[in-house]
Design a protein around this ligand. Structure first.
Ligand code: PFF
Length: 456
């Protein structure tokens, strides 16, 4: 199989690593990880999340890259082609379809949240945080959420940015955007952790993150931790599969997957270490929900020397991190439209982008006019349709997608094929991968599902 994808190929394996890291590192690490960790009580949640990354996330990432590189097309067509060549049912292409739907749903709210970050670039640059009390910073944020038109405006700008990059294609669009941004984000986060150390509550933050208290963790929390492992690594919906399809044949799938997962996890932990000390130092609520980083980090920027510069830079980089994830969320749909409908990339990007933008309006109103609460697996959720879409995608669709990817790679695909693609012989490392995707992933995912909905 030396064929290349018709959409192009990464220049080399480092570009794949950068692109996959660009997809993985995003709002999930810096915005979502801290707030769900806060909601589900800290250490025990983090431990389950780390365990899921190691024993479910990495093996599934390897499987997804392996399927993508073997199929070399959009996830829908890849699954159809692989099912055929492996002698399996053609219904396996439904896996590709469910990924496309999940991608639309996730991007629809992702873009709204990235819009908050865009709005905060201007707030930071204008000095709005300087020397403000925690209360005032809280009011600034709730004022923004209360106005759907402001949210809609920034959501539109972010969607436009996404469409532009996706339209330009793999080499021109995607590669160029991510080369310098990831390292810059990393450095800035380390700086923020440095500030957090000076708040006097650093150790309380560390304890909250790493001291597991299992009495605080519900099964809904375990499900959320598992779902987040999929979300944060961009697994279970074909994003990593399509990036794998652009990967040159000589790159090692295992090494690259581990590298991406480690980088992603580091960014999330750094974000946690930057945020929780501030939460405790200013007497804020760790379980504040989606507003958490927007209420904590600005306090730090308002107090620290050079805060206007660092604050602006931080939100700019957050937008870039979100941007490089957003493009991977619609890439599967765009590639399919190009392959099957003969659309140009520009037309495909416009159609997918505009439909996602429309869907995003639901999230825009979730935080104000259409707000409602409900219970999920015994936990109260207060942000209406935003929470519904988040739970449906991160906690249900991605783990299910990952489960079927694992089943296909480990049970349906011939051993010869997976050995060929993984290229690590049939020794202990291959056997470990196979054991994890054959048994640990399917059993783990199914059990956590059943526990969370109360069947077990
Ligand atoms: N991994 C991204 C993040 O953590 O922000 C979100 C994401 C991107 C999820 C791409 C799924 C995906 F396919």
């Amino acid at each position: 199989m030396s064929r290349k994808s018709i959409h192009g190929e990464w220049s080399n394996r480092w570009i794949f690593i950068l692109a996959a890291t660009g997809s993985a590192v995003g709002l999930g690490n810096i915005w979502k990880f801290p707030y769900i960790t806060g909601e589900y009580g800290g250490g025990a949640f983090v431990l389950v999340y780390l365990l899921c990354i190691a024993v479910i996330g990495i093996p599934i990432m390897m499987s997804e890259v392996l399927l993508g590189r073997r199929g070399k097309q959009s996830p829908i067509n890849t699954m159809r082609a692989l099912a055929k060549s492996e002698g399996a049912s053609r219904y396996w292409q439904l896996l590709g379809w469910s990924g496309v739907v999940a991608g639309f749903l996730i991007l629809s709210y992702y873009s709204v949240i990235a819009g908050w970050a865009l709005a905060y670039v201007l707030e930071a640059a204008s000095g709005a945080f300087t020397a403000q009390s925690a209360d005032n910073i809280g009011h600034l944020f709730s004022g923004m959420l209360a106005n759907p038109w402001v949210l809609l405006f920034w959501h539109s700008i972010f969607m436009l940015l996404t469409i532009v990059v996706v339209a330009r294609g793999v080499r021109q669009g995607l590669e160029k955007a991510i080369r310098f941004l990831m390292p810059a984000l990393f450095v800035l986060l380390i700086l923020m952790v440095g500030y957090a150390m000076s708040t006097g509550e650093f150790m309380q933050g560390v304890k909250f993150l790493f001291n597991p208290d299992f009495s605080k963790l519900s099964w809904a929390g375990v499900l959320t931790a598992m779902g987040h492992a999929f979300f944060t690594l961009s697994l279970g919906m074909g994003a990593i599969m399509i990036y794998g399809s652009y990967m040159p044949h000589d790159a090692s799938i295992a090494k690259t997957s581990i590298l991406v997962a480690v980088a992603d996890t580091l960014v999330a932990l750094l974000a946690g270490l930057a945020i929780f000390p501030i939460v405790f130092a200013y007497g804020l609520e760790p379980g504040a929900g989606p507003s958490l980083i927007f209420m904590t980090l600005p306090i730090a920027f308002g107090q620290m020397p050079g805060g206007i510069l660092f604050g602006t830079l931080f939100f700019v980089l957050l937008v870039f991190a979100a941007w490089s994830s957003a493009i991977s969320l619609i890439e599967p749909a765009v590639a399919w439209l190009v392959e099957n409908r003969n659309f140009t990339r520009i037309k495909a990007a416009l159609i997918t982008g505009i439909s996602t933008w429309l869907l995003g309006i639901i999230t825009v109103f979730s935080f104000n006019d259409w707000r409602f609460s409900f219970y999920f697996a015994g936990e109260k959720k207060t942000n209406g349709m935003f929470d519904v879409i988040d739970i449906l995608t991160a906690n249900i669709m991605l783990p299910l997608g990952g489960l079927f990817i694992a089943i296909f790679a480990a049970w349906v695909m011939r051993q010869q094929t997976s050995m060929d693609e993984l290229g690590m012989g049939q020794g202990a490392r291959y056997q470990l991968w196979k054991f994890l995707v054959r048994f640990v992933t399917p059993v783990g995912v199914t059990m956590i599902f059943l526990k969370a909905i109360g069947v077990l």
